[in-house]
Design a binder for this molecule. Sequence first.
Ligand code: NDP
Length: 458
Amino acid sequence: MAEFDYDLFVIGAGSGGVRAARLSAMTGAKVAVAEEYRVGGTCVIRGCVPKKFMVYASEFPHMAAVSEGYGWSPSQSVFDWGRFLGAKDKEIARLSSIYVTNLKNAGAEVLHGKARVTGPNSVEVEGIGAITAAKILIATGGRPFRPDGLPGIEHAITSEEAFHFETLPKSVVVVGGGFIAVEFAGIFNGLGVDTTLVYRGENILRGFDDSIRTHVAEEIQARGIKLKLDTRHTRIEKTDQGLVSHLEGGAHLTSEVVMFATGRKPYVEGLGLESAGVKVTEGGAIAVDTFSRTNVPSIWAVGDVTDRINLTPVAIREGAAFAQTEFYNNPTHFDHEMVASAVFSQPPVGSVGMTEAEARHAHGKIDIYFSRFRPMKETFYGGTERCMIKLVVAAEGEKVLGCHVVGPDAPEIIQMAAIALKMGITKPQWDSTCAVHPTLAEELVTMRDKYVAPGLSA
Ligand code: NDP
């Protein structure tokens, strides 16, 4: 009789957990995955995928406006939120069922219920009971964080509820300046909702290159978002007129909805980590090494619950590396360097590698290649929207350290640039690539002159 019920027990059927479970089960290992909600995790159920559908839905009014400059007379179009929601939910259900099928086809069992670790080799699944496993992988992701001490915070929603509005609000105040805040502000604004973005810092998208931050802040305001920087809430009050956001300094804003997009925290509540002695970091994430091992030799963790780089493809790679190491006898760890990221703001952002500030700090002397211009689609009809591209290059050796793009298709463009940067491309190699014409991306390989910011000498 086998010593344990399973070779591998995975907690959480999101991006990281599903990949690890599927690959491990394909070796013939006995694998089970427990999921308390729906298979697919944040990305598929209430994150990247439904968000992208909402971005698509919200882009049409802008496209219609632009189309007039191209000779179209767009007829009066009406958006039916309910119809969109129905189609979105149907597609999410289809994708979730594909995840279930893939797990089953690989030979993994899916158990529905919240799992709790009860020891180094044991878990308890709600409604199912005690289970033992040789290895346990925790992949429970994250949950939205709201500053609990703020009076009236219970009236505010997070992005999770925004996927299920019964009717589209007429006005919204979005709080935060990160990925979710900027993306959702763009969605609401595009759908015609009166949108105010309130951020506590001096500019949105902290952590991104400063040129991106300035450019996006300008462009989203040009699209109609009201941006309030250096602004904090003191309380939220529910009134007959709507929710009143009281702000530091005495100002206030009234809106139908207040959405807090103030970060996400590793989801470790009720996991029983203390029963097995699994260590967590100060920030509440499960502490792991480069092979995603916790301090307990039979327990691993991948994805957002470890708070390394909180992106779906990273969780997938961490899960795959775990499976390779533990079930394919092929020690593998995911390299967290040069991971590209995209913000699906309107216009969107693509970014990989170092920001200008990081590169100056790390390399001292660097060269910047920078361009801000109106793409041909805009110039044709007299549009004012600009793109921005920037390359950060080490002065010595001319290695390209960072590439930053804002404009249509920036996320698609950056995926390709990321390959080159990951391979350590130099600026002369980059420039030897022939342009693809007429595109926005061609500007990336035709920037010959070093950029000197106004007021700075080279
Ligand atoms: P982020 O960490 O990106 O941003 C959180 C924002 O909330 C920051 O602007 C932060 O300000 C602000 N904030 C934090 N605490 C408070 C507070 N108490 N009061 C007011 N403001 C506060 O988190 P998100 O929620 O936007 O996204 C979570 C994660 O999800 C991201 O880290 C990202 O990895 C992932 N994600 C990725 C997407 C993509 O790849 N396109 C899309 C959506 C999410 P400050 O900057 O001052 O700290």
